[in-house]
Design a protein. Structure first.
Length: 141
């Protein structure tokens, strides 16, 4: 099976510590992997490199056989790499859906009754102040 992701010879140093030394990680399409290791083993650092949050000191990343430079979170997103961080911040004024899709709102919306009635909404979801749409928060009980 051809490889979707190849991380080869990844090395990352922080002041006083080598977080990753010559690490290889391969992933084929449809596979699910678990990165397992003790605290400080470098799991988060490896994923942050893939996510564009950190830059490796050495090594290469290939996607579908093509060398890529992932120098920002946006670059990672554009390559189809999505990351869910262990610790993250939510925007309290946005809905759950808006938080999930922060920075990459859906461009299309599934056709619902609004489409057939000829009044398709212009926003991908109702505003956070609206409680009536399927994307908005459930009413508080
Ligand atoms: N931003 C950072 N600055 C300095 N050292 C870091 C930084 N991030 C991680 N480290 C160090 O790199 C090593 C690997 O950390 P990390 O990738 O968080 O491990 P894990 O996720 O496996 O617990 C640890 O020694 C950690 O202290
Ligand atoms: Mg970690």
């Amino acid at each position: 099976m051809s490889l979707l992701l190849e991380m080869r010879g990844i090395t990352k140093r922080f002041p006083g510590v080598v977080a990753l030394h010559d690490v290889d990680f391969d992933l084929a399409g449809g596979e699910v992997h678990v990165l397992l290791g003790e605290n400080g083993a470098g799991k988060s650092t490896l994923i942050k490199i893939l996510a564009g949050a950190y830059h490796p000191d050495q090594g290469e990343i290939r996607l579908a056989g093509r060398p890529v430079r992932i120098d920002s979170a946006i670059a990672a997103q554009r390559l189809g790499i999505a990351t869910i961080y262990q610790e993250f911040n939510l925007v309290p004024t946005l809905t759950v859906a808006e938080n999930i899709f922060l920075g990459r709102p859906p461009r299309r919306r599934r056709c619902s009754s609004a489409c057939t009635s000829g009044s398709a909404p212009t926003r991908p979801w109702p505003s956070s102040s609206s409680r009536s749409g399927r994307w908005s928060r459930s009413p508080r009980r």
